[in-house]
Design a protein around this ligand. Sequence first.
Ligand SMILES: [Zn+2]
Length: 86
Amino acid sequence: MSESVPPLLALVTAGSVLLLASLAVVLVALYLAGCRIWPYANCPRCTGSGKSGSPTRKSFRNCPRCKGTGRRIRLGRRLLDRHSNR
Ligand SMILES: [Zn+2]
């Protein structure tokens, strides 16, 4: 009967799932704490420069994604803001 799962294995599996879940909770808490301290990340479009350059790189305009700020608000920070602005 190789199809039935041994109880010990089921217990270990449940334990690892629990462990992974608690680990995920800790990681999310750390991430949210990090988003509270460092709310911004580099804009993915301009990598933080705030410029959208012409092909020659001599002229540029404000990056349309971040409007020239070169930063974006991190997802966790947005969640925190939404939570606090009830
Ligand atoms: Zn940008």
